[in-house]
Ligand binder design. Structure first.
Ligand SMILES: Cc1cc2nc3c(=O)[nH]c(=O)nc-3n(C[C@H](O)[C@H](O)[C@H](O)COP(=O)(O)OP(=O)(O)OC[C@H]3O[C@@H](n4cnc5c(N)ncnc54)[C@H](O)[C@@H]3O)c2cc1C
Length: 422
């Protein structure tokens, strides 16, 4: 059928056949952002602040991976997922269920080339370069978070308490200390704590632990609340959030000119893909291959009357992260490949998370007070570094933040805004 062209509200053409029977919404924006998680919200914030007319499309903004994660802002975790240690862990994962990484069986075949690429990216030279880049980006991002609070009045409730990597075995503690040379070379500061010092700092942890490594400059926040606050700040600067799912794009003259949603069409000058773990699917609609796969994790949140722990704590040998806030404490764990976004967290995994944590923190609130467990998809890339850059003449990717999306949100928004500004 021949396309029938009509004028849009401002300066664009709208192809009615592309929009189908849905109503032709003649809205034009300077920039359309697909995805309203922490990344899309930060992108919208910096673009709106620079004066751009921004529309964010997301059927459920803030309800993806940015909702129930651990909320740690951690330059100290800049060693990328693609590292020699991770390759060893995923090989072990194929044989055992008790590993950092797990696979929902049957393992999808499409993951094989992705993991092959990860093995290449995990070579020590590349992993070292990636660590330096991530550390620098994370440091800048923490600075931008602070600027959001100090200069823009955004209420982020940053908790400047540092983080502790806690160990029960002296051997594991020593091994980890040696592995930190690379981070130290990037400028990361940390302090070794023996068992007595650890008890002084964190009396809620059980006795008999080997010690901990303290990273004084890490921070934490409430991820859902912070994402909402940044989205609200973007709205206050003129960004529009529309509860619409992107289902297609239209190209003309080598550029993307329009996006189709489940409710209508929008034309724009620039498009940003910030759809988290769904970015590969959105990229496909654009004819672009984004190497993003979902790495699922789970969290359980318990109400508390006051912070259970003073710092954010990582139980290194158990792969558990504990974020203590004023009125809740959240445990997170897991990196599962395979399955779908609709799968529920496994009951066994939730029980194990509770039991393992309770063995370190005996005063953890009663199990039956916990909120329903949450499962979220980290947008993983084989290199362990995000994809931020142009993937077509007027399309920018801002995705693939993996285990560090909360940490890297502001710096990503800032970078995208600079890219748009040329
Ligand atoms: C258990 C767990 C713990 C974590 N802990 C930390 C931590 O402590 N610190 C840290 O820095 N990071 C952490 N992360 C990682 C972090 O949560 C993610 O990297 C980050 O939230 C990714 O943000 P995002 O905006 O890219 O994705 P999301 O928050 O998932 O947002 C993507 C959005 O895109 C939307 N979308 C998808 N498809 C479409 C479409 N077709 N049209 C329109 N919209 C669409 C979705 O509705 C969603 O709202 C953790 C993750 C998990 C799972």
């Amino acid at each position: 059928m021949l396309a029938q062209w009509i004028w849009g509200a401002r300066r664009s053409f709208i192809d009615v056949s592309f929009c189908g029977a849905v109503h032709v919404d003649s809205v034009h924006a300077d920039i359309v952002v697909v995805g309203g998680g922490i990344i899309g919200s930060c992108v919208a914030f910096y673009l709106a602040k620079s004066g751009a007319d921004v529309v964010v499309l997301d059927p459920e903004p803030g309800q993806g991976s940015s909702a129930g994660n651990a909320g740690m802002l951690v330059p100290s975790q800049s060693v990328p997922f693609a590292s020699p240690a991770t390759v060893a862990a995923w090989v072990a994962a194929l044989a055992s269920r008790d590993s950092t990484i797990s696979f929902r069986r049957p393992v999808p075949l499409s993951l094989v080339p992705w993991f092959a690429r990860m093995a290449i990216e995990a070579r020590p030279g590349r992993a070292r370069r990636a660590t330096r880049n991530l550390f620098e980006l994370a440091g800048k991002s923490l600075h931008l978070y602070q600027e959001m609070v100090d200069n823009e009045g955004i209420d982020l409730h940053l908790r400047p308490v540092g983080s502790l990597r806690v160990f029960r075995s002296v051997v594991a503690l020593e091994r980890q200390r040696r592995a930190l040379d690379e981070l130290a070379g990037c400028g990361a500061e940390f302090e070794m704590l023996g068992p007595r010092k650890l008890r002084e700092i964190e009396p809620a942890l059980r006795t008999g632990l080997a010690g901990a490594i303290k990273f004084p400059h890490d921070r934490s926040l409430d991820p859902a609340r912070a994402t909402r606050a940044i989205a609200d700040a973007a709205r206050a600067r003129g960004a529009q959030f529309r509860a619409e799912r992107v289902v297609g794009f239209q190209r003309a003259g080598g550029r993307v000119v329009m996006v189709r949603t489940d409710r209508g069409c929008l034309s724009a000058d620039e498009f940003v893909v910030a759809a988290g773990a769904a970015s590969a699917q959105v990229g496909k609609l654009l004819g672009a291959r984004l190497p993003v796969r979902a790495g699922y994790g789970l969290s359980v949140t318990y109400p508390t009357g006051s912070p259970l722990l003073r710092s954010s704590v990582m139980l290194e040998e158990e792969h558990v992260v504990i974020n203590s806030r004023e009125s809740w404490v959240r445990l997170t764990t897991g990196m599962e490949f395979g399955g779908t976004a609709h799968d529920r967290p496994g009951a066994g995994a939730v029980r194990r998370l509770d039991a393992v944590t309770r063995a370190y923190v005996p005063t953890l609130p009663a199990h039956d007070t916990a909120q329903p467990p949450w499962r979220g998809a980290r947008p993983m890339t084989p290199s362990g570094t995000p994809c931020i850059g142009r993937i077509a003449a007027n399309v920018i990717a801002a995705t693939g933040h993996g285990t560090l999306g909360m940490t890297l949100g502001p710096v990503t928004g800032h970078l995208v805004s600079s890219l748009v500004a040329g």
